[in-house]
Ligand binder design. Structure first.
Ligand SMILES: CC(C)(COP(=O)(O)OP(=O)(O)OC[C@H]1O[C@@H](n2cnc3c(N)ncnc32)[C@H](O)[C@@H]1OP(=O)(O)O)[C@@H](O)C(=O)NCCC(=O)NCCS
Length: 181
């Protein structure tokens, strides 16, 4: 039995070691990127309406986490994606998706616990009760479990083969109206 528990920014910051342990196991990032990613995540905790969920078996040791916050102008991801969507689809579309959005920033399940419904449960729980009219995210534009999960939850592609400034990998930007069906 997996229990999902919600936390705010203070506990999230206290548990950054746990967060990074799960992230590293799930994503296997290059070692030289881990410190930078940790700093970015720490910064995310300061964004408005930040909420993080941890999933843990009965022993209490977290095996998955997901977090999101209210997206708004001035945030790096929001501004980059807003500009790209405006260029591609016009200001009305960019405003409709990003004008009042929950940014689903991270979701990671330890490999030993993947494929058991935890990721799906975390996205549902994170979106539940949110006041925003949409949820948006980016994910590698490849046939991954994440791509499959988001499509199954109703997310549609807003941009594909998108390259973030300074990066080289292809991402998909996806969104769904809230509440989830
Ligand atoms: C993506 C991730 C969060 C999904 O969480 P999860 O707990 O493994 O997924 P779930 O068990 O809830 O499964 C959700 C759906 O994905 C499918 N799925 C799970 N693992 C899969 C895999 N390896 N390949 C294809 N589909 C997969 C499930 O079958 C399920 O779909 P279904 O309901 O149609 O059968 C998790 O696999 C993960 O942490 N991956 C590595 C890190 C990552 O990519 N994070 C997301 C970055 S945007």
């Amino acid at each position: 039995m997996i229990e999902i528990r919600g936390t705010g920014p203070a506990e999230f910051t206290e548990r950054l070691d746990t967060v990074m342990g799960i992230y590293t196991a799930a994503m296997n990032p290059p070692a030289d990127q881990i410190a930078g990613r940790r700093a970015i995540m720490r910064g995310h905790g300061a964004n408005p309406a930040f909420r993080c969920l941890f999933a843990a078996p009965p022993d209490g040791r977290a095996v998955a986490f997901a977090y999101g916050f209210h997206g708004q102008a001035g945030q790096w991801w929001h501004d980059v994606v807003y500009r790209a969507l405006r260029e591609r689809s016009g200001v009305a579309v960019a405003d409709a998706w990003l004008g009042d959005s929950l940014e689903l920033a991270e979701i990671h399940v330890h490999p030993d616990y993947q494929g058991k419904g935890i990721g799906r449960a975390l996205v549902h729980a994170l979106c539940e009760g949110r006041p925003e009219r949409s949820a948006v995210l980016s994910t590698h534009d490849q046939p991954t479990a994440a791509r499959h999960l988001y499509r199954a939850l109703g997310f549609t592609d807003l941009l594909t083969r998108f390259v973030f400034p300074g990066g080289h990998e292809h991402y998909a930007i996806a969104g769904t109206p809230l509440p989830l069906p």
